[in-house]
Design a protein around this ligand. Sequence first.
Ligand SMILES: Nc1ncnc2c1ncn2[C@@H]1O[C@H](COP(=O)(O)OP(=O)(O)OP(=O)(O)O)[C@@H](O)[C@H]1O
Length: 229
Amino acid sequence: MLPIEAEALSYAAGGVAILQDVSLRIEAGPPLLILGPNGAGKSVLLRLLHGLLRPGRGRITPEAPTRGAMVFQRPVLLRRSVGANIRYPLALAGLPWAERRRRAAAALEEVGLAALADRPARRLSGGEQQRLALARAAALAPPVLFLDEPCASLDPAATRAVEEIIAGIAARGTKIVMTTHDLGQARRLAGEVVFLHRGRVVEAGPARPFFNGPASAEAAAFLQGDLLW
Ligand SMILES: Nc1ncnc2c1ncn2[C@@H]1O[C@H](COP(=O)(O)OP(=O)(O)OP(=O)(O)O)[C@@H](O)[C@H]1O
């Protein structure tokens, strides 16, 4: 599924342009963080890249109904046990029974939920639910994992736990493409950055130079907390 190539994407809703002429290439490597102020179009771009939304203009290759797994700000869990939430998509993917058990156990161990495997998933805390959602997506070993503000409703400790899980998934070869409002988190996780402002890509490239000395006035203002929209 990699690379994913987006060419001249535009997207509008209700007659309002949300993204304009966005081109980017997603390649194997460390996490790609999509950054920008409120309303810049980060979530819409993530959904286009994944395939949940279709661009009004432009093209994304490879063409596919979806181009990876996705985890949302608020996890969508089945009304089943923690373990069953992980095993169900593995069954849908056609994996044999023993392999499903093995992968589910390993995934729960990795996110620290092994002891809660038989609990109803929807009774977990917010942080535990998000860890479960990540374990469920990672158990499929997708080439790309799209994360939309995965820590938005979590406290700092739960946020750090989720960051460690994300870094672990990335280290095993899944490309992470994610949005966040948390610049500290972006600095900790990002290998590459796409900076959006008002629906356009203003900067794209390796994370370190972006954070240390952004090329554009908009990104410099954003990093100082002075670019509100
Ligand atoms: N279906 C829709 N209909 C109308 N407007 C929309 C729709 N989806 C998104 N928008 C608008 O498009 C703009 C970009 O939305 P998006 O959610 O991608 O921004 P964002 O950068 O993720 O913002 P935030 O940081 O606030 O989450 C916003 O102004 C939003 O109100």
